[in-house]
Design a protein around this ligand. Structure first.
Ligand code: CTP
Length: 398
């Protein structure tokens, strides 16, 4: 899987740098083309000679290679050359610089010029790792599509014990392998995702809505982005931060607005995942002015059905792989299968309000995938892990 892949390794100043030597060796042994950039502090821990011998390429650490001849390292070329840029170890200092767009060394300049996916393996002492600034910086990287390989738990260089060790070279190697593995299947596919609730207006200050937080749909969008897909996320109102730049984001309010946004993207989509909790009904009449108590205008609101977006997609389906969601409270599997068939779906993700930790607002979900050929039940997982399961299942079928 790694043969011929162009992997750029960035090394920053941390004792874990010695482990990256093993990573470079393994990548080169697997047939990957490896180039290495070190920060000045990284060179306090390892030598360029070791890395150039193992990678069979020069090791870069300076903008200027030879001041007499004016030979310089082209960071743009390095960033464009790579299929994947892995920064391991990533120190707290470089982490902070990456997030703030600083550019005072070759590694940072290459990060800013790179248009390939980026992976980082942080390494630092446990208090530094748990510090809120570090946590915010890591979450900022994640939000912007950088894959963060979790730190390990154990003995640290300081003698303290806890979280902060760089992931082991074999785990980083595995993450790289997995990245190229899924890339080859879904890379470049167009994925259309809906998320969140819809709000159906009653008057200028009131609406009918539901408890959907949008977390599931946003996690699905992030997962699709990390798998190299071209992602469009159509979202109803949520309190979540807007996804990073690589995701095409369309904000809507009502079921009708969601329908029209979905319609205009449907024909080019390869996979459509309707995780939004679309309102089934909306007020038949929307008051232009705020309704006063005395007017009794809100005593009875007449409702009309919204268009079932998913059902209409199922009717028009040609090449698309269509995924629906269902939240049930009883007869879950039978109801789920009925929806799969009625809406002409390829897959239905069913969650039950009877399962603790599943459904609206939580960070976790417990789902069963319903396919025409059978069901697959999953355990309780965080929503990002559920998103991974969804894509693994889709990949196996398209
Ligand atoms: N959905 C939709 N448009 C609607 C309502 C629902 O596209 N107006 C989609 C949701 O995004 C979800 C799926 O349909 O993927 C399931 O919605 P649900 O409301 O559970 O299905 P219904 O067929 O409306 O059944 P129920 O009677 O249980 O509400």
């Amino acid at each position: 899987m790694l043969k011929g892949k162009k992997i750029l390794i960035g090394i920053t100043g941390s004792i874990a740098a010695y482990k990256t030597v093993l990573l470079v060796r393994e990548l080169a042994k697997s047939g990957a083309e490896v180039q290495v950039i070190c920060t000045k502090s990284a060179l306090d821990f390892i030598t360029p000679l070791t890395l150039s011998t193992l990678s069979q390429n020069p090791v870069y650490s300076d903008f200027l290679i030879d001041s007499k001849s004016g030979e310089w390292t082209n960071h743009v070329r390095l960033g464009k050359w790579a299929d994947l840029f892995v920064i391991a170890p990533l120190s707290a200092n470089t982490l902070s610089k990456l997030v703030h767009g600083l550019c005072d060394n070759l590694l940072l300049a290459t990060f800013l010029s790179a248009d390939c996916p980026i992976m980082v393996a942080p390494a630092m002492d446990l208090d530094m790792y748990h510090h809120w600034t570090t946590q915010q910086n890591l979450s900022n990287l994640r939000k912007n599509g950088v894959k963060v390989i979790d730190v390990g738990d154990g003995e640290l260089a300081s003698g303290l014990v806890g979280k902060g060790r760089m992931a082991e070279p074999e785990d980083i190697y595995k993450a790289i392998g997995e990245y190229f593995d899924v890339q080859s299947k879904l890379s470049g596919r167009k994925i259309l995702i809906t998320a969140g609730p819809t709000y159906e207006k009653i008057d200028p200050v009131r609406f009918i809505g539901n408890y959907s937080s949008g977390k599931m749909g946003y996690s699905i969008a992030q997962e699709a982005f990390e798998r190299g897909c071209s992602v469009t996320l159509i979202s109803g109102p949520t309190a979540l931060p807007r996804p990073g730049e690589g995701i095409d984001f369309i904000s809507v309010e009502s079921a009708e607005e969601m329908l029209s946004a979905v319609d205009s993207h449907y024909h080019v989509a390869d996979v459509v995942i309707m995780s939004a909790a679309v309102a089934d009904y909306r007020p038949k009449h929307v008051f232009q002015d705020k309704q006063k108590k005395e007017s009794k205008g809100l005593n009875a609101i007449e409702l009309e059905e919204t268009t079932d977006i998913l059902k209409s997609l199922g009717k028009q389906k040609n090449h698309q792989f269509l995924v629906g969601f269902a939240l049930e409270t009883n007869d879950e599997l039978a109801n789920g299968r009925r929806k799969l068939e009625n809406k002409n779906l390829d897959m239905l993700v069913m969650n039950s309000l009877n399962d603790k930790g599943a459904g609206f607002g939580t960070d976790t979900n417990k789902v069963t995938f319903i396919f025409p050929e059978g069901n697959i039940e999953h355990s309780l997982k965080d929503k990002r892990a559920v998103a991974k399961d969804i894509f693994d299942a889709i990949e196996n079928r398209i």
